[in-house]
Design a protein around this ligand. Structure first.
Ligand code: GRF
Length: 214
């Protein structure tokens, strides 16, 4: 079976990368991780990749004067690698317009909230502040806005009275570790087709089928 190739971008711990690595080890998994990229040379996720013999690429963003310069260098490096989809899994940098345009409909992001609620940082704090009944995680297509791209799928859980920052963080991670490999598998097997205006899920437009909910 020809596997669908992922380039996974990380900046830190990489527990979601680990979930993708674990899933990819099963023989019937439709995807493989072709590359792990990090803008942080000290990201623990790089060690996770190396342990599983996955090629790694690092470019320290601090060594570049502008975002454009960093993205252009990254873009050149990526031209030497054959991959189908970029997966932002805890990648803490905004990508420039040119980079997003070049990989249009080929970048997905994992975000720790039920988008469109709480784009950006500190999502668990906001859920607590607002006494939300539900919290969760979303995978969406990346566009030029901050966490604004078309939603592909999400997973949610009920917030309990005793929940605090640490418990929300742990519960969010737990669902993310299932959600991200699931969505990558559905994209790899073309059950989800990415298109800026109309994501197709099982052959239906997401207007009709809504997003994939787990
Ligand atoms: C995840 O919660 C993800 O939603 C967010 O960053 C976190 C990364 O965690 N974008 P990890 O590095 O995968 O452990």
């Amino acid at each position: 079976m020809k596997k669908f190739k992922l380039a996974v971008f990380i900046s830190g711990n990489g527990s979601n990368l680990q979930a993708l690595i674990n899933a990819s080890k099963s023989s019937d998994c439709p995807f493989k991780i072709e590359l792990v990229f990090s803008n942080n040379p000290n990201a623990f996720g790089l060690a996770r990749a190396s342990q599983s013999d996955i090629p790694i690429l690092t470019l320290d963003h601090k060594a570049f004067k502008t975002r454009q310069e960093f993205d252009a260098t990254l873009s050149k490096k990526l031209e030497q690698i054959n991959f189908d989809l970029i997966v932002l899994a805890g990648f803490m940098r905004i990508l420039s317009k040119d980079f997003i345009k070049k990989y249009e409909n080929r970048i997905v992001n994992l975000h720790p909230s039920l988008l469109p609620k709480y784009p950006g940082l500190n999502t668990h704090e906001k859920v607590l502040e607002n006494k939300d009944k539900f919290h969760g995680a979303t995978v969406h297509l990346v566009d030029e806005g901050l966490d604004t791209g078309r939603i592909i799928g999400f997973s949610k859980f009920k917030v309990k009275k005793h929940d605090n920052y640490d418990s929300l963080l742990a519960k969010t991670h737990e669902i993310e570790h299932k959600l991200l490999p699931k969505i990558c598998s559905l994209i790899a097997t073309k059950k989800i087709i990415l298109n800026k205006n109309n994501i197709l899920i099982n052959g239906k437009s997401d207007q009709k089928s809504k997003e994939v909910i787990f």
